[in-house]
Structure formats: C-alpha cells, structure tokens
Design a protein around this ligand. Structure first.
Ligand code: SF4
Ligand code: SF4
Length: 182
C-alpha cells in the first residue's frame, strides 16, 4: 500500500519539475544550420604536422598506435632515403591510418607522440555513409603545405641534423639562402 508521501507529495513534486521546465529558456541547438564554435582545446579530427620546411614530423614509431585504447591507429614505418627524406632522421611513417569508426577522440595518442607530429583539430563533422570513408589515410591527415614548405621527399636543410629539427631550429625554405619560392 502506498504511503501518504508516495500518493500525495510525489505527484506534486513530479509536476513541479514539469512546471519549472515550461518556463525555462529553450536549449535546442539548430545544428547543422547554426554551428557554434567549439572550446579551443576541443578534441576533434587529428592532424599530422610538418616542420617549417615541409618535412613530416611523424617518424613512424607507432607509440600513438600502442597508446590507443580503441586500437584505432595503424602505422607502418619505413627508412628514409639518403637526401630523399620524408621526415628528419632515419624513419618516417609510410602508412598512417586512423579508423574513426573506432576512435573515441580521447587524445591519448597525441599525448604519446614524442615529436608532436600528431595533434587534434577542432573539426568534429566526421559522420559519413561508408566504412571506407571513415578510415582516414595519411594523405587525409597531413597538414597542408604552407608558404616556405616543400612537398617531401627532399633533403634536410643544409648543415642540419635531425636534432636541429627536434630542437625547433628550422626555418621555412623561403627564409633559407637561395631558398627562393620553393
Ligand atoms: S583519440 Fe583516443 S581513440 Fe582516437 S585514435 Fe587517439 S588514442 Fe585512439
Ligand atoms: S604520430 Fe607520433 S607517435 Fe604516432 S607514429 Fe608518428 S611520431 Fe610516432
């Protein structure tokens, strides 16, 4: 048998919630017609970054793949050629894939990356209609070439080693003597 509280007070309390809600502002977001900017540190689609001369920061070490709790990243590393570098140093990421059907956008992979090659953008519109289109390849993830960058493979800047890159002592090619408009 219901107590007095259950039979009298509980319905009144329940309708109280209903009445309070009737006079609240509307929270409906008109997405996709009105898009609100995300928080600055929002975790969206990934990006594979470049050094100022266009070489790729990814060294194919697979640490991001090992850190991923959803097994969403696949990396295959390969050796750079002499003077035909994709990244400074010995190795580069030959194959790089992120499966956005698995990714939970947690950010553990970007924490694991030793060269800051992998970061996350604010882009969140990742829905699509096929499995294939949600597996992003390296070409989909690489940052665009900015002025002063040259598409790899190419040599490291004259007189530099991979350590100069990791220390941030690299300038865009347009600022190098004779760099011209590469
Ligand atoms: S954001 Fe998280 S789930 Fe997505 S690829 Fe990185 S580690 Fe994996
Ligand atoms: S993105 Fe970073 S952690 Fe992942 S393979 Fe490239 S260098 Fe290694």
């Amino acid at each position: 048998m219901a107590s007095v509280k259950e039979s009298l007070w509980d319905p009144i309390a329940g309708f109280g919630v209903t009445f309070r809600t009737m006079f609240r502002g509307v929270f409906t977001e008109e997405y996709p017609f009105e898009k609100k900017p995300t928080a600055p540190r929002f975790h969206g689609r990934h990006q594979l970054n470049r050094w100022p001369d266009g070489l790729e920061k990814c060294i194919g070490c697979e640490l991001c793949a090992w850190a991923c709790p959803a097994d969403a990243i696949y990396v295959e590393g390969a050796n750079n050629g002499e003077g035909e570098q994709f990244s400074p140093g010995e190795r580069y990421g030959r194959v790089y894939q992120i499966n956005y059907l698995r990714c939970i956008l947690c950010g553990l992979c970007i924490e694991a990356c030793p060269t800051r090659a992998l970061t996350m953008t604010n882009e969140y519109e990742l829905a699509d209609r096929s499995r294939e289109s949600l597996i992003y390849e390296k070409k989909d993830l690489l940052a665009p070439l900015l002025p002063g960058m040259e598409e790899p493979p190419h040599a490291m800047q004259p007189g530099t080693t991979d350590k100069d890159y990791y220390r941030g002592n690299i300038i865009p090619l347009t600022a190098v003597d004779g760099g011209g408009d590469k």
